[in-house]
Design a protein. Structure first.
Length: 410
């Protein structure tokens, strides 16, 4: 039997410091008595703790709380300027960057158009994008502690190269993460964009608290994130969830997918396929999301009018959504049979445009094909979920470092 190791005073101080900082993050500005109550430490210890954190630059005073019985009490909050991080969303057309402070407040944003051309210098592109966002935040690039980049691909941990991203020129270089970190002077992490969307969904969306779920993303392409036991499952080469390449019922069997860069699921449910399906049923639009959104609106209008007065457009919309839901249900049934998730989240421009009418039909088709019947939900993350997830990851790692270093351990 192992002998318990007693906590040293410095270790206990570090634990108390972290608990107080987490409480300030979760609850906002707090008084010394409130911190004492939330963390279970005595008021004198809370006073010493706050003095220590204030001296370290991690908390600042935030006014006075009045109107309560007893003496007025000073408020304390996290000092957001103690550290800054960046999140980036990279697509073939642009790089979008957001900068957040330690408290999680977005303080700067920048979008860099990236027209497709040969001879791309990926370090120069990322430098321009980060510099723009840092300048908007009143910082320089050197003031960023960590930048998490979301991209439509995955870095193979064995080779350090980006895969599944032939459509994004310039990023296929050896030791991509190290090359960017060295060239930019900023610590860099790269994550699949759909994986980051899943992190955002788990933090602030429909998957909050879920230990096992999958997130299906449909925009121009098709992707999936798999979360098992609360952690992202990336696979041996980082390609877990690249279901666009998966063979699909009703699609030609595609071989040599490394050359064709597509697969059965993508050919049936990707943006181009959805737009074609909607047009076949008479719904036009500049892209798949627009056309599908119009079909979903007509389904809602027909339902509100009642079946007896449903228009031809409503009937066509019903057929269009039913066909798309069937394709998506078959795709998800394969995943459910293997992973058995508790929850399926639908996101991406196309699926969000389909809204509740599409979600309900996808769930119906999925449940008709599987023994497990996971709930199907539509994403509720606002804004850009890739950027939100990138900032979540960057903040989590940075806070772990900062909050764990308030008291030097012996």
């Amino acid at each position: 039997m192992s002998t318990p190791v007693p906590g040293t005073p410095s270790l206990l101080r570090a634990i108390n410091d972290r608990a107080a900082l987490e409480a300030l993050l979760d609850r906002g500005p707090l008084t010394r008595p409130q911190i004492s109550d939330l963390t279970g430490i005595s008021k004198p210890t809370a006073s010493q703790l706050l003095a220590r954190l204030e001296e370290a630059g991690l908390v600042v005073r935030d006014g006075i709380r009045e109107g309560l019985p007893g003496r007025t009490a000073e408020l304390y909050r996290i000092n957001g300027s103690a550290a800054h991080v960046a999140g980036a969303d990279v697509t073939p057309a642009r790089i979008r960057v957001s900068v957040a402070d330690l408290a999680g407040t977005v303080v700067g944003e920048h979008t860099l158009p990236t027209p497709d051309r040969t001879g791309v210098d990926v370090v120069a592109r990322m430098a321009a994008a980060l510099d723009g966002a840092a300048a908007a935040a009143g910082l320089t690039r050197a003031g960023l502690g960590l930048a998490v980049i979301g991209i439509q691909g995955a870095v193979d941990p064995a080779t350090g190269r980006l895969g599944y991203a032939s459509h994004i020129p310039g990023w296929h270089i050896p030791d991509l993460v190290a090359t960017l970190s060295d060239g930019l002077g900023v610590r860099i992490a790269i994550e699949n964009d759909v994986n980051l969307a899943a992190l955002a969904e788990r933090a602030d969306g429909q998957a909050a608290g879920a230990g096992d779920f999958v997130l299906l993303w449909v925009a121009d392409g098709v992707g999936m994130a798999v979360v098992l036991n609360g952690a992202l499952h990336r696979g041996a080469t980082g390609g877990a969830g690249e279901i666009g390449y998966m063979p699909a019922v009703g699609a030609p069997l595609m071989r040599d997918v490394r050359r064709t860069h597509t697969g059965g699921v993508h050919s049936l449910t990707g943006g181009a396929a959805v737009l074609k399906l909607m047009r076949e049923h008479g719904f036009r639009g500049r892209d798949a999301a627009t056309a599908l959104g119009r079909a979903a609106e007509d389904v809602c209008s027909a339902a509100a009018a009642g079946t007896r007065t449903a228009s031809d457009a409503g009937a066509r919309a019903e057929r269009a959504l039913t066909e798309l839901a069937s394709r998506l249900g078959v795709t998800l049934a394969t995943v459910v049979a293997i992973v058995d998730p508790a929850l399926v989240v639908l996101t991406g421009d196309v699926l969000r445009a389909g809204g509740e009418p599409l979600r309900a039909r996808v769930e119906q088709h999925l449940h008709s094909l599987t023994i497990p019947r996971p709930e199907v939900r539509l994403s509720t993350v606002q804004g850009n979920p890739v950027l939100a997830g990138a900032l979540q990851q960057a903040l989590r790692e940075t806070r772990d470092e900062v909050f764990s270093s308030t008291v030097p351990l012996p």
